[in-house]
Design a protein around this ligand. Structure first.
Ligand code: 4AD
Ligand code: MG
Length: 431
């Protein structure tokens, strides 16, 4: 008898199949009992009738506990009332292992307890849904880039210098060579890559010793950095918008069930797939002040500011042209106003905050050099980066997408720690 995945049972109506999975739940009423089975691809209701199975199989119900592993044989049967549209009329159940005292019941637990048991919590319906959405988002990002001429270029994780400032660096002792740092972003290396390949991206874990305990910060998260030669500020934003809209459409198309499990308002996601808005940093500050904020001219935007700026907007908003003092050394100066840089942050709607940071890069050797000197950076560690401005420098731009932030927004979950299998935060290293 065929081993079938629950996601495929629709192709096996009225046929005998074997399902392999775990007991999600069971319900019993006299001569009939129901086994809710999950197998990683989906969930299905099994119907066990006293008259149709051996006494032994019928009585297994007393033994079966939540999360016990079982192999079930039976007949697939279309039933409009059952979740998923199909059920399995059980003929046989083979116990693989009885789970004893599974700690997570199908009721609400405290978050700390659930995070301590993350290795088990992953099995619950909502976590399952989020992880599948994460898979779609990951795949959609790479699909978009691969279809648009970007070449995968893997940047190193052990690095001798900082990409995004020195305050969030993790240090690792490195043999006789002193200290290495865990990468905060592969961007600087990608800038070397484009001079060979034109358009490149990396996608992997990055590290930030973030001391903040917010619902949006991890110390280890996944970033996709993209970089492109001869692409300037406006086109950089266009690529980001197309990419994010492609991701939204992919999730809507592939994860209808998961979005339903999460009770995600999909109308909001549909509305976000429309032209994005743009606002300069100056306009953002003025707007915030008009709403009663006392924010100063050269301030970075905090979480509350981001929420206020996107309130009433169905689509993400680019905040562009920032005061140079509050952005990274590598951003290109705006030729119309040298106090500003051609950087942009993309802020998601519905309060999910910044999902992308990017910019056109300073391609003038001397301007970049002066900026690095002014910031007191160790020039010998960045010599190779300055070299890129000496041998055929070209205008170029790029951006970095935080995978978990994007997954958090698509899934509509409150906390970023649920958008990665095993979250790392300032307070959590286990399991
Ligand atoms: O804005 P960031 O710091 O930009 C860079 O690192 C650039 N070098 C990227 C580039 O231009 N190639 O980080 C990019 C994105 C943020 O917009 C956010 O989505 C995410 O990474 N991010 C975090 N996600 C989770 N936890 C944190 N601590 C994060 N810090 C940044
Ligand atoms: Mg940023």
């Amino acid at each position: 008898m065929d081993w079938v995945l629950i996601k495929d049972v629709k192709d096996y109506n009225d046929r005998e199949v074997t399902l392999k999975g775990w007991v999600y739940n069971k319900r019993s009423s006299g001569k009939i009992w129901f086994l809710i089975l999950r197998d990683g691809t989906g969930i299905i209701q099994g119907v066990v009738l006293k008259n149709e199975v051996s006494e032994e199989v019928f009585n297994i119900k007393d033994e079966l506990t939540q999360e016990s592993s079982v192999i079930v044989k039976g007949l697939i049967h279309a039933d409009r009332r059952s979740p998923g549209g199909y059920e399995i009329v059980v003929r046989d159940i083979k116990v693989v292992q009885i789970a004893t005292d599974y700690p997570i019941a199908l009721k609400d637990h405290g978050v700390e307890f659930l995070m301590d048991n993350r290795h088990l919590w992953l099995r619950s319906r909502k976590q399952w849904a989020i992880l599948r959405i994460r898979h779609t988002v990951y795949y959609a990002i790479t699909e978009y880039l691969n279809n648009n001429g970007f070449i995968r270029f893997d940047s190193p994780l052990l690095t001798p210098n900082a990409c995004e400032g020195t305050t969030t660096l993790f240090t690792v002792p490195y043999f006789d060579l002193g200290n290495a740092y865990l990468s905060q972003s592969g961007q600087l290396y990608l800038e070397a890559g484009i001079m060979s390949l034109g358009r490149v991206y990396d996608f992997g874990p990055v590290f930030r010793a973030e001391k903040s305990k917010t619902r949006k910060h991890l110390t280890e998260f996944w970033m996709m950095d993209a970089e492109a030669a001869y692409v300037e500020h406006d086109e950089n934003l266009k690529i980001q918008e197309e990419l994010i809209r492609f991701v939204i459409r992919s999730v809507l198309e592939k994860n209808a069930t998961e979005l339903e499990v999460l009770e995600r308002d999909i109308e909001q996601l549909k509305k976000a797939d429309a032209p994005f808005k743009r606002m300069t940093h100056k306009e953002a500050i003025e707007y915030l002040r008009s709403r009663g904020s006392d924010i100063s001219d050269k301030s970075d935007l905090g979480a509350k500011d981001e929420v206020m700026l996107t309130e009433g907007s169905d689509v993400p908003v680019f905040i562009e042209k920032w005061p140079k003092e509050i952005k990274a050394f590598y951003m290109k100066r705006d030729k119309d106003n040298p106090d500003l840089v051609l950087g942009a942050d993309l802020i998601a709607p519905e309060g999910f905050g910044e999902i992308i940071g990017g910019s056109q890069r300073e391609d003038d050797h001397d301007l970049l050099y002066q900026r690095m000197v002014a910031e007191d950076m160790p020039l010998d560690e960045y010599q190779w980066f300055l070299d890129l401005r000496k041998y055929g420098s070209v205008p170029h731009s790029g951006f970095g997408v935080g995978l978990e932030r994007l997954v958090q927004w698509m899934s509509g979950v409150e906390q970023i720690r649920e958008s990665i299998p095993f979250a790392r935060t300032i307070y959590r290293l286990r399991p």
